[in-house]
Design a protein around this ligand. Structure first.
Ligand code: 6PG
Length: 234
């Protein structure tokens, strides 16, 4: 099921996202022990720093994974975890241990293998992981996570997490969730703001070009696109 929510009808992007995360966490925690969320970087970090403090929940049950991560030290400006640490921890009562981080001292190949091991603590190893929510960004070329247009990783059919050393967007070394994992999530949520995104949103949602972001089509889950007026102006 695909839902496209555009403000102002549904309020601001931040309030839409807060409401969606509140109900997703309530549902997950009513039937299970943990709420497992995949984070992306970019403008989403600031948006979540705005949204998450509005949520009433048992924060000790939340676990934050990374939809993709740059293989750089945590204190680098390029580290997505570093950004969350700076902008989020302290605003909500979560600990660094609730973030399932890459090992920045490894190569991208080994960091991806290590990340699969870390994920296996939370997800049965013989089944495709099922995240409660994946929070996704959209690059101007249609990339999401670190899945770039025409890249061979788009064809990955079995691994949960893959390395990439030739990312067209710097830095070049990253790890990323693969499409089978992304499309097995209960909810995939794109939260997109600004008129600078209108053209690529049009290519994905209206023209239905075969771009990485358009290949996010959860099999049994829900797909949300939350757009502000600027991003929806096409
Ligand atoms: C990365 C980011 C990236 C981001 C999109 C959208 O590692 O480069 O995670 O994939 O999500 O490029 O970025 P903005 O939200 O900043 O436009």
């Amino acid at each position: 099921m695909e839902k496209i929510l555009v403000e102002p009808r549904d309020g601001t992007v931040a309030s839409c996202l807060s409401n969606l995360l509140q109900t997703s966490a309530d549902d997950a925690l009513a039937s299970g022990d943990t709420f497992k969320v995949g984070l992306s970087g970019g403008s989403l970090v600031q948006l979540l720093a705005q949204c998450l403090p509005n949520i009433t929940t048992d924060w000790s049950k939340w676990y934050f994974f990374f939809c993709d991560e740059r293989v750089v030290p945590f204190d680098s400006n390029d580290s997505t975890y570093g950004e969350y640490k700076l902008k989020l921890i302290g605003k909500i009562p979560v600990t660094e241990e609730q973030f399932i981080k890459i090992d920045p001292d490894l190569s991208a190949e080994d960091a991806a293998k290590d990340y699969i091991k870390k994920m296996s603590v939370f997800f049965p190893p013989d089944r495709v992981p099922c995240f409660d929510v994946l929070l996704l960004g959209l690059g101007p070329d249609g990339h999401t996570c670190s899945l770039f247009p025409d890249h061979k990783l788009l064809n990955e059919a079995s691994l949960w997490v893959c390395p990439i050393n030739d990312s067209p967007k710097p830095p070049p070394s990253r790890i990323t969730l693969t499409l089978p994992v992304i499309n097995n999530a209960k909810k995939c949520i794109f939260a997109i703001t600004g008129s600078g995104k209108a053209e690529i949103v049009k290519r994905v949602l209206q023209d239905r070009e075969n771009l990485p972001a358009a290949r996010v089509q959860p099999h049994n889950g829900e797909l949300y696109w939350i757009l502000d007026e600027g991003a929806a102006k096409f």
